[in-house]
Design a protein around this ligand. Structure first.
Ligand SMILES: Nc1nc2c(c(=O)[nH]1)N[C@H]1C(S)=C(S)[C@@H](COP(=O)(O)OP(=O)(O)OC[C@H]3O[C@@H](n4cnc5c(N)ncnc54)[C@H](O)[C@@H]3O)O[C@H]1N2
Ligand code: MOO
Length: 416
């Protein structure tokens, strides 16, 4: 019987939790780099951002109308000044009002604004309705952001609103995590690139564009794409070289038990196999490990992580969501990528699982009775059409029975 010295390695298929433990163990966020705000969309903040300004920076009008004292409600008042946005007002003369526009600073002395539709203008005067309160239609200084508060936490992924929030502070440059560099290796003599006519037994590479897109959406940069022939020496050489230029080496195929499955063997020879085979469907033969770096561009950490996804496109797709997403989260310090958002839905299908936890691809419908998950009829790991319209993975435990109408846990495939 074969003996394995690595403590993480077990002859029995592992759990997702064990795999994540092995994969993320010792992973620390990559170095930061400074980027202009225009280039920083989708990137992860390396440091917390502290507000250097109140926003708004001054009390201002929320309406086009008139500024006055609420105590003068119901009166006819002279219009003593006109305040446009971007101008500096004078103090409001007692017993008068000021013409004011949205965003313009409130004059000292005024305590409310009335929108012009509620005001009757009479030459140089304006007639106000009753029942005004101090604070009406005023946007107070610091209502959105107060000076000194944490504006955005380290690890925030910069979405559109976060970029606007930073710009609102006058920030032009931020420190963000470097994007994890990924080498994407496609194994299998039968797998060819689109653009070449198909020969007998061949198929086009579906995994490469799919995984490139997923990896990019998880914040990574795919720096190398290589076809790996079913040859032990070339598999080893290509993996070894990939580890020099990448933080993460991802392969597809060649991790099962056939004679042409060289990936696991190469990993054992070149580095360390942390875990092989998981009790999940799809994705059983997944292999995780580490590869030493001997030199080259990306030496951070001294080793590259290795994720060997099964070749079946559905297995690759599910493996990417379950493992590559949290790995990119750990490498960029982005906690939001660590777990898939989970929700409960009503199953519109029935199933029974065996010893493997089943991640079923399903579409989610929002009904007045709550969300309903409809699993695609053919859940085979070669049937990629089951992923195209999938909103969620239904997480069905091993040895379970699901009947139509049961509550099931769904993992949301957000932003893929
Ligand atoms: N005797 C056993 N055979 C298999 C087992 C097993 O336990 N015992 N497990 C099966 C399961 S489950 C899976 S999943 C597959 C995964 O095997 P590999 O990761 O070694 O993948 P390959 O054999 O290389 O390819 C599987 C399948 O996917 C196609 N493929 C590969 N790469 C691509 C690509 N880039 N784009 C599109 N399609 C791709 C390939 O042609 C094969 O059809 O093993 C089972 N076998
Ligand atoms: O584990 Mo495989 O991915 O079921 O087909």
């Amino acid at each position: 019987m074969a003996e394995h010295t690595c403590s993480h390695f077990s002859a029995e298929p592992g759990s997702v939790e064990q795999a994540l433990g092995a994969l993320l163990e010792g992973v620390t966020p990559l170095a930061g780099e400074r980027l202009a705000l225009e280039q920083a969309g989708g990137r992860v903040l390396a440091d917390a951002q502290i507000a250097r300004l109140d926003v708004p920076a001054f009390d201002n009008s929320a309406m086009d109308g008139y500024a006055l004292r609420a105590a003068d409600a119901g009166k006819r008042l002279p219009v003593s000044q006109r305040i446009a946005a971007g101008s500096a007002p004078e103090a409001l003369l007692p017993g008068s009002c000021a013409r004011i526009f949205t965003g313009a600073p409130l004059p000292p002395g005024a305590d409310c604004v009335v929108m012009q539709e509620r005001v009757e203008r009479d030459g140089d005067h304006a007639v106000f309705p009753d029942g005004l309160s101090a604070g009406d239609s005023i946007r107070r200084r610091g209502r959105d952001v107060a000076y000194g508060q944490e504006l955005l936490a380290a690890g925030t992924r910069l979405n559109a609103a976060a970029l606007g929030h930073l710009a609102g502070q006058g920030i032009v440059e931020v420190a963000v995590r470097r994007r994890p560099k990924v080498a994407l290796l496609s194994t299998g003599d039968e797998v060819i690139d689109p653009g070449t006519p198909l020969g007998p037994g061949q198929l086009y590479n579906s995994n490469r564009p799919m995984l490139t897109r997923l990896l990019e959406s998880f914040g990574a940069e795919v720096v190398r794409r290589v076809n790996v022939p079913d040859d032990v020496g070339q598999t080893r050489a290509i993996i070894r070289e990939a580890a020099e230029v990448a933080d993460v080496v991802v392969s597809t195929g060649g991790v099962s038990v056939g004679e042409e499955d060289h990936v696991k063997n190469a990993l054992e020879r070149l580095g360390r196999l942390d875990l092989w085979r998981l009790a999940i469907r799809p994705g059983k033969p997944l292999a995780l490990g580490r590869l030493p770096k001997h030199g080259g561009e990306a030496k951070e950490g001294g080793e590259a992580r290795f994720v060997g996804l099964p070749g079946n496109p559905v297995s690759s797709f599910v493996g990417a969501w379950l493992f590559l997403r949290p790995l990119m989260g750990a490498l960029t310090g982005c906690a939001a990528l660590a777990t898939l958002p989970a929700m409960t839905a009503t199953a519109d299908f029935a199933t029974r699982t065996g010893p493997r936890r089943h991640y079923m691809r399903a579409a989610l419908a929002f009904t007045p009775q709550g969300p309903v998950a409809t699993a695609f009829a053919d859940q085979n790991s070669g049937v990629l059409s089951s992923c195209v319209d999938a909103d969620v993975l239904v997480d069905v435990p091993p040895d379970a029975t699901v009947a139509k109408g049961d509550a099931v846990t769904c993992l949301w495939l957000a932003g893929g």
